[in-house]
Design a protein around this ligand. Structure first.
Ligand SMILES: NC(=O)C1=CN([C@@H]2O[C@H](COP(=O)(O)OP(=O)(O)OC[C@H]3O[C@@H](n4cnc5c(N)ncnc54)[C@H](OP(=O)(O)O)[C@@H]3O)[C@@H](O)[C@H]2O)C=CC1
Ligand SMILES: Nc1nc(=O)c2c([nH]1)NC[C@@H]1CN(c3ccc(C(=O)N[C@@H](CCC(=O)O)C(=O)O)cc3)C=[N+]21
Length: 281
């Protein structure tokens, strides 16, 4: 039987309706959640994401402030902007869109965000709390993946989760999140030998690489749950994931599409984290 397709768009719509209600009750208490998104430079893909974040925030009643800085902005100017937002009581969440121009050290910028407003969950304090299984801001893509799997009542405890990719924004935190859920976790990356020897053992396979067709049917166990984080733009202009969807769909039990899979959940979790930040303020 072909896999059930998990549409992030559908789960995101349900959750956003709940979040809208939560915002209404916060507003009754005089709290108006606010999110600031800083973008430096003119990368077209980043601009699209940022526009979508603003649209999604405002659609559920989050006040959203987009700060567009030009490519030549210095590291100090960006630091000053973050510090200003750290001290702005109308802003509960701060996101600095990555990647940043080469002359700016992203590590320093991320560390300058106050951990209580770090709705991306990228600050080392939040990373450390995630690894030690404490309450924290969890990065949005990993949180979105976990939410999708729980929404479908897919068991996690004791299951073998194989993560392909080990970036700080997706691969590493998603592995830790599933470890905290009592999965057995394997990480694969560009130096992994015989990738499929690992991926075909996965009960839940999460690919976050950015290489179309990296995962084919030979790399997937019968009945596996396949989560595709990849977002690559093909020369045709079409968006592609890492997974060869048409063939893997025949083998998996659940599969996420690209687009309409993990991406919409990422943005929803940003809204979720902003509401948490507002409640804690
Ligand atoms: N849907 C969504 O919400 C989101 C989607 N994305 C998409 O997910 C993808 C990954 O993003 P991100 O984590 O930021 O990317 P990075 O480029 O930071 O990381 C990619 C990872 O893939 C690994 N890798 C590269 N080639 C191979 C290979 N042949 N086999 C196994 N592993 C490999 C790299 O290994 P090494 O560490 O050894 O270099 C690295 O760990 C991109 O397509 C991005 O657009 C990202 C964020 C959110
Ligand atoms: N500080 C920071 N935080 C991030 O969370 C962050 C970032 N920087 N830099 C870039 C990556 C990438 N990212 C995506 C979010 C949503 C989709 C998404 O919604 N994708 C849609 C398709 C969008 C389209 O059609 O192009 C989908 O998969 O259905 C994709 C990618 C967040 N990132």
């Amino acid at each position: 039987m072909p896999a059930e397709v998990i549409y992030g768009t559908e789960i995101a719509t349900k959750l956003r309706n709940e979040l809208r209600k939560e915002i209404m009750s916060l507003q009754k208490k005089g709290i108006q959640p606010g999110l600031a998104v800083i973008i430096v430079g003119d990368d077209p893909a980043s601009k699209v994401y940022v526009r979508e974040k603003k649209r999604a925030s405002e659609a559920i009643g989050i006040h959203s402030k987009v700060i567009e800085l030009n490519e030549a902005t210095s590291q100090q100017e960006l630091l000053d902007k973050v510090l200003e937002l750290n001290n702005d009581s109308s802003i509960h969440g701060i996101l600095v869109q990555l990647p940043l121009p080469k002359h700016i050290d992203a590590k320093i910028i991320i560390e300058s965000i106050t951990p209580n407003k770090d709705v991306d969950g990228f600050h080392p304090i939040n990373v450390g709390r995630l690894i030690t299984n404490q309450e924290c801001f969890v990065p949005c893509t990993p949180l979105g993946i976990l939410y999708m799997i729980k929404d479908k009542n897919i068991p996690i405890e004791g299951k073998h989760v194989v993560v392909v990719g080990r970036s700080n924004i997706v691969g590493k935190p998603v592995g830790h999140l599933f470890l905290n859920e009592n999965a057995t976790v394997t990480y694969c990356h560009s130096a992994t030998e015989d990738l499929y020897n690992h991926t075909k053992k996965a009960d839940i396979l999460i690919s976050a690489v950015g290489k179309p067709n990296l995962i084919n049917e030979q790399g997937v166990k019968d009945g596996a749950v396949v989560i595709d984080v990849g977002n690559s733009v093909l020369s045709s202009g079409k968006l592609s994931g890492d997974v060869n969807f048409d063939v893997v769909k025949e083998k998996a039990s659940y599969i996420t599409p690209v687009p309409k899979g993990v991406g919409p959940m990422t943005i929803t979790m940003l809204l979720n984290n902003t509401i948490i930040a507002a409640k804690q303020s």
